[in-house]
Design a protein around this ligand. Structure first.
Ligand SMILES: *[C@@H]1O[C@H](CO)[C@@H](O)[C@H](O)[C@H]1NC(C)=O
Ligand SMILES: *[C@@H]1O[C@H](CO)[C@@H](O)[C@H](O)[C@H]1NC(C)=O
Ligand SMILES: *[C@@H]1O[C@H](CO)[C@@H](O)[C@H](O)[C@H]1NC(C)=O
Ligand SMILES: *[C@@H]1O[C@H](CO)[C@@H](O)[C@H](O)[C@H]1NC(C)=O
Ligand SMILES: *[C@@H]1O[C@H](CO)[C@@H](O)[C@H](O)[C@H]1NC(C)=O
Ligand SMILES: *[C@@H]1O[C@H](CO)[C@@H](O)[C@H](O)[C@H]1NC(C)=O
Length: 462
């Protein structure tokens, strides 16, 4: 009896960590320009100047900076930075191919003659230009990118721009995303043409622009399974009186096939905005609308909306419509049928839409025609807006490539010249001394090929 109980206890104890926390296979946390580890929200960032990680750094011209007068409340992680006066890179071994999250932390300061606010640089992840002519502003700024990595080595390049430009970074995170974090089917491309399926989302590079806990409070990385920050939605509400926050004190009923804790933490699904019918005429229909500032001019975005029916007393009562940029995006959304008929089960829906010329993405939810007067409502629990990064590199042939081509053509030219010369000499010698043909040919061959190997070697080793 007792041993049985103990075994069950042990099994339960073993199951708690594996079901409640996500452990990425690749997990690199670097405190840049530092010899010491620094912790932030219970995570340890390893100093990138320590021996164990210095192999990742292939920027021998980079500089480690330390802020001698940091503000008292600034986390230690932001007291140091790595500066790139010339192009440099970090390399990471990738154990698991697939979608990864890459985060950069920027917090400019002044030290050793550098004012990090004067930086001007571009960043490439695995050859994708993700930041161009970038100049971090005051305070702490995080940039998050989500992309598929299909090589064993991930290179992140910092490239200075302009005459006096240099690059810097205070900290970096590179880690494997949970399985099915970005799904290739089912996303709804919304526009004046209606709704069509958007395929192959996982092959896009995504940059997080907004991550919102609708109807809730700020969630810090400490309380998020993927160490994300979620902020409240109030400042984005177009008519504040249309919405009222809803809160549940029950943990969400996560279902197989629905959203997971890695898609959004409990606290996002346990709060929402619903229609504030107290402020409206009984039975009147209206939308709740949010405007999110994004990059202007038809820039494509992924809009991931999180839902969890925490407002309905019973199933099959709530039906509502979702609009993006004023276009119908999902008609008669029925959370009961999307969640295999379990109340308060989290789901998310992916939409793809373009920003307008003033750089706004507008999200609305409102009652559907199917709503009964009793069930008339509309909710939203969370929203993530991510830009599909598609920056064209103005430096199409970067300096390095141009040098390669130059070296290649010189080497090629020399080889051709040497081959022609050796053929000529060979022909001459053959005509003069037919007896000693073989040994002479061998020496000529080696003369002909040695320069190529020298060039080849030097161009490969840069
Ligand atoms: C820094 O962190 C790494 C890995 O998290 C650990 O192995 C190492 O012992 C730590 N170093 C110090 C000086 O605490
Ligand atoms: C950064 O450098 C680029 C390329 O030279 C230049 O066009 C841009 O104006 C610079 N940005 C700033 C903010 O100085
Ligand atoms: C989607 O990806 C698959 C496999 O990578 C490829 O064969 C297909 O052409 C892609 N489709 C589009 C529309 O890009
Ligand atoms: C984490 O969440 C709990 C419960 O909501 C809250 O009391 C706590 O302050 C949060 N911690 C951090 C570091 O955000
Ligand atoms: C909600 O917004 C959409 C898009 O702007 C609009 O077509 C619809 O009429 C609105 N619904 C209500 C009830 O106002
Ligand atoms: C962009 O959309 C917002 C919200 O719908 C609207 O206020 C703004 O006028 C639109 N801008 C343009 C240029 O259409």
């Amino acid at each position: 009896m007792e041993t049985q109980k103990l075994i069950i206890h042990v099994i339960l104890l073993l199951c708690i960590p594996c079901s409640s926390s996500f452990t990425p296979i690749d997990n690199y946390l670097l405190s840049c320009g530092s010899q010491n580890n620094a912790s932030l929200f219970n995570r340890i960032f390893t100093g990138d100047s320590t021996n164990q990680v210095s192999s990742f750094l292939s920027a021998d011209k980079s500089i480690s900076l330390t802020n001698q007068n940091p503000p008292p409340d600034l986390p230690i992680l932001y007291h140091t930075a790595r500066v790139f006066p010339r192009t440099g890179s970090f390399r990471f071994n990738v154990r698991k191919h697939g979608t990864h999250l890459v985060r950069f932390h920027f917090s400019p300061f002044k030290a050793q003659g550098f004012d990090l606010k004067a930086a001007n640089f571009s960043v490439l992840i695995d050859g994708n230009l993700v930041l161009r002519n970038f100049k971090p502003s005051n305070g702490v700024l995080l940039k998050e990118f989500i992309l598929k990595i299909e090589s064993n080595l991930l290179e992140i390049v910092f490239r200075p721009e302009g005459n006096s430009g240099f690059g810097f970074v205070n900290a970096m995170e590179v880690f494997t995303a949970p399985v099915d974090f970005v799904i290739d089917y089912g996303a709804r491309l919304v526009g004046p043409f209606g709704v069509v399926e958007y395929k192959n989302l996982s092959s896009q590079v995504l940059e997080t622009v907004h991550r919102i806990n609708v109807g809730g409070v700020k969630v810090t990385p400490f309380n998020d399974t993927l160490w994300r920050t979620w902020i409240p939605d109030e400042e984005f509400l177009v008519f504040k009186d249309a919405a009222k926050p809803a809160v549940s004190n029950q943990t969400p009923n996560f279902q197989k096939g629905g959203a997971t804790r890695e898609n959004a933490p409990d606290s996002v699904y346990m709060t929402a905005q619903e229609m504030d019918k107290d402020h409206a005429i009984i039975g009147s229909k209206f939308n709740i609308t949010w405007d999110f500032p994004v990059a202007p001019g038809g820039v494509r975005h992924l809009v991931r909306l999180h839902f969890c029916d925490i407002v309905s007393p019973v199933l099959n009562l709530l039906y509502f419509d979702v609009y993006i940029n004023g276009y119908s995006a999902y008609k008669d959304l029925d959370l009961s049928s999307l969640t295999v008929h379990v109340l308060a089960s989290p789901v998310y829906v992916d939409f793809v839409a373009d920003s307008n010329d003033s750089g706004v993405i507008r999200i609305s939810v409102g009652p559907s025609e199917l709503s009964s007067s009793r069930g008339m409502n509309a909710i939203l629990n969370g929203a993530e807006i991510m830009q599909l990064v598609n920056i064209v590199d103005s430096r199409v042939v970067p300096g390095k490539k141009r040098l390669w081509i130059l070296v290649g053509s010189i080497a090629g030219g020399v080889v051709v010249l040497l081959l022609v010369m050796s053929a000529f000499v060979l022909a001459l010698k053959c005509r003069k001394k037919k007896k000693k043909k073989k040994p002479k040919q061998r020496t000529l061959e080696s003369v002909g090929w040695t320069p190529l190997r020298v060039f080849g070697g030097s161009s490969l080793s840069r």
